[in-house]
Design a protein around this ligand. Sequence first.
Ligand SMILES: *[C@@H]1O[C@H](CO)[C@@H](O)[C@H](O)[C@H]1NC(C)=O
Ligand SMILES: *[C@@H]1O[C@H](CO)[C@@H](O)[C@H](O)[C@H]1NC(C)=O
Ligand SMILES: *[C@@H]1O[C@H](CO)[C@@H](O)[C@H](O)[C@H]1NC(C)=O
Ligand SMILES: *[C@@H]1O[C@H](CO)[C@@H](O)[C@H](O)[C@H]1NC(C)=O
Ligand SMILES: *[C@@H]1O[C@H](CO)[C@@H](O)[C@H](O)[C@H]1NC(C)=O
Length: 332
Amino acid sequence: MEKVLLFFTAASALTAVSSLPARSFYFVYEPKNWTEAQSYCREKYTDLATIESMEDVDILDNMKDLSQMVYPSDSYRAWFGLYDDVSSWRWSMSDSDFYQHDEKEFRNWRPGQPDNYQGNESCSAMYSDGSWTDVGCSYSTRSVCFDVKGPNSTFVLVNTYMNWTEAQSYCREHHTDLASVRNEAENQKVKELIPSTGINWIGLYRDTWKWSDGSSSSFRYWRGLEPNDNMEHCAAIYFQDSGRWEDWNCDKKNAFICQNGFSQKVVKLKLINTSSVDLNDPQVLENLLKQLKQKLKDQGVDGDIRLSWKKQSDGNIFMKNTEDIGSDRDVP
Ligand SMILES: *[C@@H]1O[C@H](CO)[C@@H](O)[C@H](O)[C@H]1NC(C)=O
Ligand SMILES: *[C@@H]1O[C@H](CO)[C@@H](O)[C@H](O)[C@H]1NC(C)=O
Ligand SMILES: *[C@@H]1O[C@H](CO)[C@@H](O)[C@H](O)[C@H]1NC(C)=O
Ligand SMILES: *[C@@H]1O[C@H](CO)[C@@H](O)[C@H](O)[C@H]1NC(C)=O
Ligand SMILES: *[C@@H]1O[C@H](CO)[C@@H](O)[C@H](O)[C@H]1NC(C)=O
């Protein structure tokens, strides 16, 4: 069967049009570490709780029973679904076809790196000796972009000082992307390109805080100076400060909050029709879902991703105008 190519018209094509928060929360007062709490919630309910709004914060603040939360050495804290995914480094250029075998996993960290110093280093840069380090993404420095032609990369040094996000936009506009370095040979090429001092952005970055249930919610409710520690990768609610959040060491035992139901999203997709296949053919639709799911995984969404199509009033999934508009029901 002909392969239908998916083109997202923008990186944000997968944003929610509406979300259906059909969720309920459950407090569990038996202290467990974060991983144990996650397993427990996944077994008895759906997952650890995702807190997506001030409304959720208020619901939880009203539900809490502090009298059940006092046990030795601890006070009024509960785990929920937010954690810092320190292992999720990936390339800005995500196209899977570009990488062979484990090239996506090639790393050349300097010894002791990445260290997530001060808990906010989620971008990466290359030293003049070719080794890599993690750096705060707001740092301003030179960048290495690349032009991709078939399997080949050509690297380009950009001498303008930019933060990582600006560098990524710049590279995507003027070249293919911030450089992916797939093997020793490419690392050597980049090393030869860069000046003998300072560091240079490359395309490797990681997500910081993520939701256990795969929600893409960007809602955060940290206490003043939190998150504050590079060894603390799990988030807890502190009920003595209006339900604000702190980062904690994940092996600490706390009460925790589970949820039933997923944070469900309905999103609209606009597909650019590049082939002669019928987009409403069930086989094609099935194939598209598979590709979408892979795309979401590539973008770092993990957990149980469930996707289904939503029928329009005419019984079809895709509508044809001058543009083809489809609607996709996405339950991450
Ligand atoms: C990281 O944290 C330090 C100290 O809190 C701050 O000075 C620095 O600007 C932060 N860097 C980033 C990239 O947020
Ligand atoms: C990078 O710079 C832009 C423009 O000054 C700013 O809007 C953005 O927040 C910065 N990004 C980071 C990660 O600091
Ligand atoms: C890639 O590089 C190889 C070796 O340098 C060359 O033979 C090949 O033609 C290049 N491919 C493309 C698509 O540029
Ligand atoms: C949580 O506890 C389990 C069982 O005691 C242990 O195997 C695991 O390493 C702990 N997890 C963390 C993150 O501390
Ligand atoms: C996609 O375009 C082809 C022509 O290139 C056309 O035959 C086909 O019907 C289009 N599919 C849809 C769903 O519009």
